[in-house]
Design a protein around this ligand. Sequence first.
Ligand code: ZN
Length: 238
Amino acid sequence: MANDTLGEVRQNTGLLSYRKPPLHMIRRLWSTTLDLLYPPRCGVCNRIDTHLCPRCAALLAEHQPIIYQNTSEFLSAVCATAIHQGAVRDAVLALKQDSHESLVAALGERLLFAFKQLSWPVTCIVPVPLHAGRIRERGYNQSALLASYLGALTGLPVMLRALSRVRDTGHQVGLSGNQRRMNVQSAFMGDPSLISNHEVLLIDDVFTTGATLQASAEALLKAGAAQAFGLTVTAAAL
Ligand SMILES: [Zn+2]
């Protein structure tokens, strides 16, 4: 069949006008379908039809005094916006299950509020990475979402590839501080071409024993970073 004729057939059958919808449209349609089948629930109070209800959003916007400490082997300073309890804890846990923009924004605003008070001389933002296997499992890295939010509002570059998790450390729940330190030792690697001489702001969702943040900072310093600071949404204790 000549090309012209084939073109006519396609036009007549509507094949020519068919365009594959872009991926983001498919994702949005899928997400809307899921919302209809399984209505979202507030990540904090479980109220239906919202990922974060106005009442809980207001609770998260209440800023308590920041928790701050500046004695750590590899980190010049560490800060968390709240103790890991109550609405903030529930929202942090919800962000591990649901990457909805309302949760990212509510927790990202807390980081921004704390960061503005700290006056740390940072030149870039680096999220604590997840192992590739965990990313496949969850679909996203919650710390990278928070880092990107903070980067967009501060204008600081967010280096998503500056630090990688070269070993899967598994779930750390239930491990003691010492076991966590052993578990994350040498789990991270920094990229000298990206990080050399930078003053890095490390972002993570939770500070439990500090083992993950310490190991991340150690890898960054080994890769040539000048300094590393740590900022998390919550902390078990600092
Ligand atoms: Zn709620």
